[in-house]
Design a protein around this ligand. Structure first.
Ligand code: 5GP
Ligand code: MN
Length: 346
């Protein structure tokens, strides 16, 4: 299904003129930034810069090392490193972008600054159920990624032909990481047309893929191996699988951010499994990743039981409860959904 056009002519024009008249433009992404969040921020940062508009990217906390190659990443201000600077940038901004998230609670400790900003706020996001906390909302839950939406915004500005290699690499990375390398149902003919025009900038898609996926550390591979051989629980009767990892287990393998990315999809790849969860202990909370194939809504499950959110087939949440309690809760919910989870693979 192709999405409706959310980037209407009058709104993208209004946005552009606001940007051209502003000195303090801030681009933000969600806590635990991923390839799409960082890609969207840096794609816009690069594109605006090349067109004479300066901006600053502010992130709540660190992003994985596998995206340390993106042009401009050294200039990102992390709230976890420089809280005062990050908060000042956010509160004092004239225009502030909310990229790849749709609720102010998604920026963690940066939330109060965001809630108190005097900026004209602009959301570009592809998650379901956006909160209406911005001045201008571009929300398209049918889009595969925020990066795809950034391309469409630039295209609407009439500047698709001047997208640089650096900007293209950021956009490509976000699309690639949010679509499992172009394999999720969210990918449309338009996604491929966009990818084609990105490749026409001369960017090396194969190098981007390698930088993101072929830079494993030994500890990371051993952690993944351990998680699968020792910590994977499969519930064939409920078409479900769960992997859980404690902080101690993560540390044993020298865990770094990003090491467990994709692990939940490995659990989901088991024959007959329609719903998978990966949960792990992370600074004072338990972080959850939920994935589904087909009709079962991972987002509804996460929202209803853990106050989380995301997409139909890919959602997440966090809890202050112990890892053990969260695991118990998920296991105890499976029988409740035994009917909803019982369907053949799509
Ligand atoms: P992941 O499992 O990759 O962390 O997240 C999957 C999807 O769910 C992403 O689109 C992400 O933005 C969303 N998500 C992850 N964690 C949370 C959360 O705590 N709250 C909400 N509302 N969405 C989340
Ligand atoms: Mn995304």
């Amino acid at each position: 299904m192709e999405s409706m056009e959310v980037f209407t002519d009058d709104r993208v024009r209004e946005l552009r003129s606001k940007l051209e008249g502003s000195k303090r433009i801030v681009l933000t992404g969600h806590r635990g930034p991923d390839g799409d969040a960082v890609g969207a921020c840096l794609a816009l940062w690069n594109h605006l810069k090349e067109n004479g508009i300066d901006s600053t990217v502010v992130m709540p906390d660190p992003y994985p090392e596998f995206i340390f190659w993106m042009n401009g990443h050294e200039d990102i201000v992390l709230h976890s490193d420089k809280p005062n600077l990050a908060e000042e940038l956010v509160t004092q901004a004239e225009v502030l972008f909310v990229l790849d998230y749709n609720d102010s609670s998604r920026v963690g400790d940066l939330q109060s600054a965001l809630d108190n900003t005097g900026a004209f706020t602009v959301m570009v996001d592809h998650h379901q159920m956006p909160s209406d906390f911005v001045d201008m909302m571009f929300s398209d839950s049918l889009s595969c990624s925020t990066c795809e939406m950034i391309y469409r915004l630039i295209e609407k500005w009439g500047e698709a032909r001047v997208i640089s290699k650096s900007t293209a690499e950021c956009i490509y990375c976000g699309i690639m990481t949010d679509t499992g390398s172009f394999r999720f149902p969210s990918v449309t003919p338009r996604t491929h047309r966009i990818a084609a025009s990105l490749l026409e900038t001369g960017m090396d898609h194969s190098a981007i893929h390698s930088r993101v996926y072929d830079n494993n550390r030994e500890g990371k591979l051993k952690l993944v191996g351990y998680a699968i051989s020792e910590k994977l629980q499969v519930f064939p009767e409920f078409h479900a699988a769960i992997i859980s990892l404690s902080a101690e287990e993560l540390n044993r393998f020298g865990y770094k951010k990003g090491d467990t990315e994709g692990l939940v999809n490995t659990a989901l790849s088991i024959e007959g499994v329609n719903f998978a969860a990966f949960i792990h202990e992370s600074s004072e909370r338990v972080k959850m990743s939920f994935r589904s194939v087909g009709e079962f809504s991972a987002r509804e499950f996460s929202a209803k039981h853990f106050g989380g959110g995301g997409h139909h087939n890919a959602a997440g949440g966090a809890s202050q409860d112990s890892l053990e309690d969260v695991l118990k809760k998920i296991v105890s919910l499976l029988p409740v959904y035994s009917k909803e989870l019982n369907y053949p693979a799509p």
